[in-house]
Design a protein around this ligand. Structure first.
Ligand code: ARG
Length: 584
């Protein structure tokens, strides 16, 4: 348990010693730092419950609190707000405990088994900006959930089948009609056909096909037919599609790697095929499946709905599966193979209604257990300064690789990395660029759209990834310098000045920030917290000359403070999936 949580428990006990029990106990950082560090707001609600004057309740509580040596300057403000200040001794011993083990500043959860579905790249298309946030946010939430004690299994859930595959195969047929895949008389081994395609070419195939299919009915019919045959196991198409999958997954995985995003399972929609029959049997057995114009649908409306809730189409009128069928079968497969307590999905806000339909269907047809929790974690769009989805200069969808490269270019305009060893410069520029991209993505609350301004977010000043990296690297180099010059020991002895104290108090808030972030599955609070902690540290750094300080115990404390801030920054940046360079 975190130190601050322990203190909270202690305070709660004092209140019950004073003779009161609050329904919902509130021990929170003070909104009036001039009056105290923390405040207790319960006297007012207790007054109602116990029919007593709030001030007199507050006075009795204060009497108990005064017995606690951790607390000083206990005072009552207004109708009965109790303000307390944490003693320097308490702060010093707390900081030493946290320096010794950072777990003393983390509140662990009661562990659950959680499956996380994020990434969601589509094989037929190059990885573009639309999938960026799913990777960034999903990865960070996974790391956070693990840090706080959950067991997490992550799955990329590639879009690896469906109409997009038909589009690609149909276009390849048009472009390379002589390939044996399209020769009905071919009776050789499809796996041995000599055909290669580059990710770049693949990137052009889908858009070209999609435009044609929109304008040309016959082309669309062919796409639908090929999709169906592929699903039904046409050997030629399966072999060709596997080849495309291999090329594409390799390419997409390389971008995920650059984004420090890792998956436990690299499965796709098509991996649910062996489970479709069982899934459909279960759905069928629920008796809820209806026929509608040849398709099979499920009514998921509830009386309490106050916005439209259309039925979910489970099987297409041509008997084929759709996105929903595959999500349902994937849920069945996940339950069967992993039996998770919860499944969290990270996808664009626009899929909210769809997921609600899928979740209701899963509950209604008992694909999941009564208490299995399915959650949709939607995210907003990254836009350019005009509020439109981030595009290339000529208006095309921005490819993620190009985006990363362009941010790297911006980074190098603003940040001089000449002091970095030549062999490490490329890697360092990449880390800074990724930090800019990721941090900008975490700052707004998950569901909000936000404007990505490449100039602003690559700046070394302000709320940016590069600012955090630069400051963190500087902390590290200060610690190294102090240690190199020789120091007897590094720990907290005394606090001097407002920034020392403020840093310690801010450090104690970390458990709360982590807990809240995980609750809402958004990283914005961690992003803000990192900025705040780092800024306070930088004010402290500007004010004090740690390296040349002659008072040994002060030098030891300040080095410890630097080390602790560095440790926290490193941990939180790592949790966000942001790598810190050695030097910059
Ligand atoms: N491939 C999908 C898309 O691009 C995202 C997948 C989200 N996850 C899921 N289980 N449906 O829209």
């Amino acid at each position: 348990m975190s130190i601050i949580k322990e203190l909270e428990k202690e305070v709660e006990q004092k209140i019950s010693k004073a003779g009161y029990k609050a329904e919902k106990f509130t021990f929170v950082p003070s909104s009036r730092p001039d009056l105290g560090d923390y405040q207790i707001n319960d006297a007012m609600s207790l007054a109602k419950k116990y029919e007593e004057n709030p001030r007199s309740i507050a006075e009795k509580i204060v009497k108990e609190l005064e017995k606690d040596t951790h607390l000083t300057n206990i005072n009552i403000a207004g109708p009965g707000f109790i303000n307390i200040t944490l003693s320097d001794d308490f702060l010093i011993s707390s900081m030493n405990k946290i320096l010794e083990d950072i777990n003393n500043n983390i509140d662990h959860v009661s562990p659950k088994k959680i499956m996380m579905d994020y990434g969601g790249a589509n094989i037929a298309k190059t990885l573009h900006v639309g999938h960026l946030r799913s990777a960034n946010i999903g990865e960070a939430v996974k790391r956070l959930a693990r840090l706080l004690g959950h067991e997490v299994i992550s799955d990329v859930h590639f879009g690896d089948i469906g109409r997009q595959s038909g589009m690609v195969i149909s276009e390849l047929k048009e472009k390379y009609p002589h390939l044996p895949y399209f020769d009905p008389t071919y009776n050789g081994n499809y796996e041995e056909i000599d055909f290669d395609i580059t990710p770049e070419e693949l990137g052009e195939i889908y858009p070209a096909s999609s435009i044609k299919a929109k304008e040309n009915e016959a082309k669309m019919e062919e796409v639908v037919e090929i999709t169906k045959e592929l699903e039904e196991g046409n050997k030629a198409y399966v072999a060709l599609w596997n080849k495309i999958k291999e090329v594409s997954i390799k390419d997409i995985s390389a971008v995920y790697k650059r984004l420090n995003t890792e998956f436990d399972l690299l499965e796709g929609e098509s991996d649910c095929y062996p489970y479709i029959k069982e899934t459909m049997d279960k759905i069928e057995a629920s008796g809820l499946l209806e026929e509608s114009e040849g398709a099979k649908i499920i009514d998921v409306k509830k009386e309490t709905d106050d916005s439209p809730m259309p039925p979910l189409v489970v099987i297409k009128s041509n008997g084929g599966t759709l996105y929903a069928t595959r999500d349902l079968a994937t849920i069945h497969s996940r339950m069967k193979r992993f039996d998770p307590n919860e499944i969290w999905y990270f996808a664009d806000n626009r899929q909210a209604l769809y997921f609600e339909q899928v979740f209701r269907t899963s509950h209604l047809t008992k694909l999941i257990k009564e208490d299995t929790h399915l959650e949709f974690c939607g995210f907003g769009t990254m836009t350019d300064s005009s509020g439109r989805p981030f595009k290339t200069r000529d208006g095309g969808v921005m490819n993620l690789k190009d985006l990363i490269e362009s941010i790297k270019e911006e980074t190098l305009k603003r940040i001089n990395i000449d002091m970095v060893e030549e062999t490490k410069r490329e890697e360092t520029a990449e880390m800074i660029a990724i930090s800019a991209l990721k941090y900008a993505d975490f700052l707004p609350f998950r569901t909000k759209d936000y404007v990505f301004d490449p100039v602003k977010f690559t700046d070394l000043e302000g709320k940016t990834g590069p600012y955090l990296l630069y400051s963190t690297v500087r902390m590290k180099s200060l610690i190294e310098k102090v240690e190199k010059e020789g120091i007897k020991e590094v720990s907290f002895h005394k606090l001097k000045g407002t920034n020392d104290r403020l840093l310690a108090l801010t450090i104690l808030k970390m458990p709360m920030v982590l807990k809240k972030s995980l609750e809402v599955k958004s990283l914005n609070e961690i992003a803000e917290y990192l900025y705040k902690l780092t800024s306070i540290y930088n004010s402290f750094y500007a004010e004090n000359k740690v390296l040349t300080e002659e008072d040994e115990s002060l030098k030891s404390t300040w080095t410890a403070l630097t080390k602790l801030t560095f440790n926290i920054n490193s941990l939180l940046l790592k949790t966000l999936g942001i790598k810190v360079p050695e030097k910059m």
